[in-house]
Design a protein around this ligand. Structure first.
Ligand code: SF4
Length: 476
């Protein structure tokens, strides 16, 4: 049960002759794990863009009736996760902006790192933009040409001017009245892929944060949108543009997409996420073996690595914790007491399985340690004799600036403590983490092509450091 939270999913579809609102709904539903605070969609019938968004899950924001009233063959959807205090209707997406008669809508996954400079560029006072996503919309509206020339539409021209100004993480999906746009920042921190939708009048196309969302609507995976690429989809098919300076383009997909964020059936860099998670567990068993009676995974994300650990170690795998799937998030509760209550309601031990046993407990990460200490406590109360924590990623020591909700460095359990101190703090008999080399090897991607800044402190781009601690402006 990861203690770091993913932050937003985007989905877009262009399908001539098809009413796309139900497809956008299905796509968003399959991306719900990336954000549960608000959901929204924008749909165009070729002339008018209609936006519907609200706080809550996809299934509570949209009903068959509301979907039925949304006309159009072009659509964009968004699910959002934000930090406390920024979770309000105003910041739900898509963001809608207009310039004269021309309107557009955008959905953003990621976090910009140069917000102050962009606010100045937009002529705003510092701190006045409600979110970084809103700021992108504002800048694009300001950059709209009064009379687009050379055949390019107004949004295409505006994006050409604005995208090079943006720094940090941004996987974007946008629509104007006629076209679908997909953008991935030059580092490709967050995933974004392209799929084909056959059987429509002319070819249909889909863009989505993760590949399983394509299959949900019957689209066939075409390829990942490349870092630094702007894809424009319309009547002329798919066009690919490169709006960023070539020297900025350096792939750095977030390594935690593999560890936890992405769905297990997602493919990233051509690799299935579930298989990578199993290999992480196998490698962990080799790197940090322990004598024990039973291997359990903390549901859900610790389970594939637990299976891998069990296979490699020869220790039986079993279920030791049951998760209540209907409890809300615990991570952003404002106090430690509230967070720990949430964990207790979320996880229950299976007493007959764990009682009297020496347990290997596999989880994907430890952030503050609040969740993990609760897990250790409930397992002890259920009679576990020994608890050996094995974590299928290296110690989480640095905050993320690229769209993941993490606390300040002082609150990160591993920032200043070694595994034995962490074990003592959590009440475990031992704690061991997967090595960084082990993580890269099990994913099967060179470390140079992955962001691992929260593990190493080596940020691929400049990050805001004015206060010495992360000044995350808005998490989208
Ligand atoms: S800092 Fe960590 S969580 Fe953030 S993008 Fe990089 S690897 Fe992912």
């Amino acid at each position: 049960m990861a203690q770091v939270r993913e932050a937003c999913g985007v989905f877009g579809v262009y399908a001539p002759g098809v009413k796309v609102a139900p497809l956008v709904f299905d796509g968003l539903f399959s991306l719900q794990h990336r954000g549960q605070e608000s959901a929204g969609m924008a749909v165009s019938d070729g002339e008018t863009i209609t936006v519907v968004k609200d706080m809550g899950l996809v299934t509570s924001v949209f009903t068959p009736r509301s979907l039925g009233s949304l006309p159009g063959h072009l659509g964009l959807g968004h699910v959002r996760y934000s930090t406390m205090g920024q979770s309000n209707w105003r910041n739900a997406q898509p963001v809608y902006r207009s310039h004269g008669d021309a309107g557009f809508a955008l959905g953003h996954n990621g976090n910009l790192t140069n917000v102050a400079a962009l606010e100045a560029e937009a002529g705003m006072l510092a701190g006045f933009a409600p979110s970084d996503s809103d700021l992108i919309g504002e800048l694009a509206a300001q950059a709209f040409p009064d009379e687009p020339d050379s055949g390019a539409g107004g949004l295409e021209v505006a994006l050409g001017a604005v995208l090079p100004l943006l720094e940090g993480a941004f996987s974007l999906a946008l629509i104007d009245a006629a076209q679908l746009y997909a953008v991935r920042d030059p580092n490709g921190f967050r995933p974004l892929c392209l799929g084909r939708l056959e059987g429509t009048e002319g070819m249909g196309w889909v863009v989505a944060s993760e590949s399983p969302a394509l299959a949900t609507v019957g689209a066939i995976f075409e390829r990942e949108i490349e870092p630094g690429e702007l894809v424009i989809i319309g009547r002329e098919g798919v066009r690919s543009l490169r709006p960023f300076a070539p020297e900025r383009v350096a792939p750095k997909l977030c390594v935690f997409e593999f560890v936890y964020f992405a769905r297990p059936d997602a493919e990233l860099y051509g690799r299935e996420v579930h298989a990578a998670r199993r290999r992480m567990g196998e490698r962990l068993a080799t790197e940090s073996p322990v004598e024990a009676d039973l291997v359990i995974g903390v549901p859900d994300s610790g389970v594939p690595a637990a299976e891998g650990f069990a296979v490699r170690s020869g220790i039986p795998f079993g279920q030791g914790l049951v998760k209540n799937r209907y409890i809300g998030r615990t991570f952003i509760a404002p106090t430690a007491a509230a967070r720990s209550d949430g964990v207790r309601r979320k996880l229950n031990p299976l007493r007959e399985s764990v009682g009297g046993k020496r347990l290997v407990v596999i989880d994907d990460s430890i952030v503050r340690g609040t969740t993990t200490s609760q897990i250790v406590r409930v397992l002890r109360e259920a009679g576990a004799r020994e608890i050996h924590l094995r974590i299928s990623s290296p110690p989480f020591r640095w905050p993320c600036f690229y769209g993941i909700d993490t606390p300040a460095r002082e609150e990160l359990l591993a920032a200043y403590s070694d595994p034995s101190a962490i074990a003592a703090r959590l009440g475990a008999d031992s704690v061991a983490y997967l090595s960084l080399e082990g993580l890269f090897a099990t994913i099967g991607v060179a470390g140079t092509e992955l962001c691992s800044a929260c593990l190493t402190g080596e940020y691929p781009t400049p990050v805001p450091t004015a206060t010495g601690t992360p000044a995350i402006f808005a998490v989208t």
